[in-house]
Design a protein around this ligand. Structure first.
Ligand SMILES: O=C(O)CCC(=O)C(=O)O
Ligand SMILES: [Fe+2]
Length: 232
C-alpha cells in the first residue's frame, strides 16, 4: 500500500478556501505538462538553485514563467542570477488553472462553508478577476523538501493553483496565522491539483517529504515536479 492509499482520494475542502482535487490532470495532460517543464528547464532562465537571503540554498530546484520569482519578489529578468529575461507564461496553463478554480469553487459551494453570492464563484471571482500570468515550477529529488511558507509576493488575491507530477508527497497545509499547528497533511499524487484561495490564500504550507519511486511508470519521471500557477 502506498502512502496515498491511506488518505481520501475524493475532492475535499482541506481548510476554508483550500481544495484538494485528486487525479485532476489526465495522463495525457500530465505528459504534456512534464514535456513543457523539461523544455522550460533549459537555459536561458532555466532550472536553478535558489539562494536565500540568509545564505542557505533551497533543496528544491526552480524555474519561473511570466515573471521571475526571487526571495522575496518578482522581476522580469533573473535578477539574482544571470539577468536573462524570464520565459513567457503559456495561455493554456492559465486556462487549466482557471478551470481547476471552477472545480474547486463547486466543491466549496457544495460544502458546509459560506455560500457564494449569486453568479459568483466561491472565491468571489468574476469577469474582472486577474488573469493567471505567472508560474513557479519546482523540481524535487528524493531528498528535497520545502519548509512552511506563504505565497505572499503576488499583488493579486487570486487563488494559487498547484499541479503535481511524478512521486507523491506529503503536502502540509496550515493557517495564515503562523507556520505552526494546526495543519492538515494530504498526499499529493501525480495528476492532483490543489487550489488555495479566499481565507486560505495566505496560509502557510510546505512539503515535508516525497516518496521516492511512487511516480507512475508511464510518466518517465524520477522525482517530483510541482507547478504552481498564480496571478501576479
Ligand atoms: O511543491 C508543492 O506542492 C508546493 C510548492 C509551493 O508551495 C510553492 O511553489 O510555493
Ligand atoms: Fe507555496
Amino acid at each position: 500500500m502506498t502512502l496515498g492509499e491511506l488518505f481520501s482520494r475524493e475532492p475535499e475542502e482541506i481548510a476554508p478556501g483550500a481544495v484538494h482535487l485528486p487525479d485532476w490532470l489526465p495522463e495525457k495532460e500530465q505528459r504534456e505538462l512534464l514535456t513543457a517543464c523539461r523544455e522550460w528547464a533549459r537555459p536561458p532562465a532555466g532550472l536553478r538553485t535558489v539562494r536565500m537571503p540568509g545564505g542557505g540554498e533551497m533543496s528544491v530546484r526552480q524555474l519561473s514563467l511570466g515573471r521571475h520569482w526571487f526571495p522575496y519578489g518578482y522581476a522580469p529578468t533573473v535578477v539574482d542570477g544571470g539577468g536573462e529575461r524570464v520565459k513567457p507564461f503559456p495561455g493554456w496553463l492559465g486556462e487549466w488553472a482557471r478551470s481547476a478554480v471552477d472545480d474547486a469553487s463547486a466543491v466549496l459551494a457544495a460544502g458546509s462553508g459560506p455560500r457564494p453570492g449569486p453568479g459568483r464563484g466561491a472565491y468571489g471571482e468574476g469577469p474582472c478577476a486577474a488573469p493567471y500570468d505567472i508560474a513557479l515550477v519546482n523540481f524535487y529529488d528524493a531528498s528535497a523538501r520545502m519548509g512552511m511558507h506563504r505565497d505572499s509576493d503576488e499583488r493579486s488575491g487570486e487563488p494559487v493553483v498547484s499541479f503535481s507530477l511524478g512521486d507523491e508527497c506529503v503536502f502540509r497545509f496550515g493557517t495564515a496565522r503562523g507556520r505552526g499547528r494546526p495543519w492538515r497533511e494530504v498526499v499529493l499524487r501525480s495528476g492532483d491539483a490543489f487550489v488555495f484561495g479566499g481565507p486560505s490564500r495566505l496560509a502557510y504550507h510546505g512539503v515535508p517529504r516525497t516518496e521516492a519511486g511512487t511516480a507512475p511508470a508511464a510518466l518517465g519521471l524520477d522525482g517530483r515536479v510541482n507547478v504552481t500557477v498564480r496571478a501576479y
